[in-house]
Design a protein around this ligand. Structure first.
Ligand code: BEZ
Length: 260
């Protein structure tokens, strides 16, 4: 069971590795841009902008600032000519500055969702919208189970290293509504995602907290064992891996008139 707020080893982001193994994250985020529908007069905050791939697409249509907890990713976003700052998503300090807050594939790394939602609320002007997509309940469940089973064989409690927050729609909706947001739309849907490389590469890019629980010399073996457990289920005859992603996508409104 995921417990928001519990500790996990910090994930490190290497922009080059991310581009190589996770370029699909931004490409598959493009439908979310359609839901955002940025307008030329708007000012938008991209929360968890990563290397700025989607931020750049927003920048072509509106004014945008990206924020991310990773200094390396912010540097990569700035290298594209974007405005980006290193900011912890649970400590947003903007005040009624944005027409929209956008977030793709980032909220599931933020383990204090109420602090994030409160910061988004403060950042939005009245009438502004929060448009986001993240991993939802059941996301990468097969991989998580194989990882924890493998680590258990190595004498490690993998669940204690679980770094992700994959909420059910009812739970996240309740959090948003408690803050005062009005839901426009919310959907949980499977999105099986073919990988550009091996599952081991994906684990290196995204599952650092789990792998860090065993000594460096054991990690290749753990990755191999996870691949062996999942090959029949997640790899095809050509060796292409498809991970069991589940997305939670929503749009929520900060009403123009809020209770005092
Ligand atoms: C995701 O985008 O759903 C995801 C990212 C990293 C780890 C697990 C899932």
């Amino acid at each position: 069971m995921i417990r928001p707020g519990t500790a996990a080893v910090e994930q490190h982001w290497d922009p080059a590795r991310y581009q190589r193994n996770a370029g699909f994250v931004a490409v598959l985020g493009e439908p979310l841009l359609a839901l955002l529908a940025p307008q030329p007069h708007e000012r938008i905050l991209d929360l968890g902008c990563g290397d700025g791939t989607l931020t750049a697409l927003i920048a072509a249509r509106a004014s945008v600032i990206g924020v991310d907890a990773s200094a390396a990713q912010v540097a990569a976003a700035r290298a594209r000519g974007l405005t980006a700052e290193v900011v912890d998503g649970a400590r947003l300090a903007f005040a009624a500055e944005f027409d929209a807050v956008f977030s793709n594939a980032a909220l599931h790394w933020m383990r204090d969702p109420d602090a994030v939602i409160a910061g988004v609320w403060r950042a939005l002007r009245p009438g502004g919208r929060f448009v986001a997509e993240c991993g939802g309940a059941g996301n990468v469940e097969a991989v998580r189970r194989a990882l924890t089973a493998t680590l258990a064989r190595h004498g490690v409690d993998g669940e204690a290293a679980h770094p992700w927050y994959f909420p059910a729609p009812e739970e996240y909706r309740a959090r948003l509504e408690r803050q005062g947001f009005v839901m426009i739309s919310m959907a949980l849907f499977p999105r099986p995602t073919p990988l550009p490389g091996s599952l081991a590469d994906w684990l290196d890019t995204f599952a650092e907290s789990f792998l860090a629980t065993v000594p460096p010399q054991t990690r290749s073996r753990v990755k191999q064992e996870v691949e062996d457990m999942l090959r029949d289920r997640l790899a095809d005859a050509a060796g292409v891996w498809t991970v069991d992603y589940v997305r939670l996508r929503f749009s929520a409104l900060k009403p123009a008139k809020t209770a005092p």
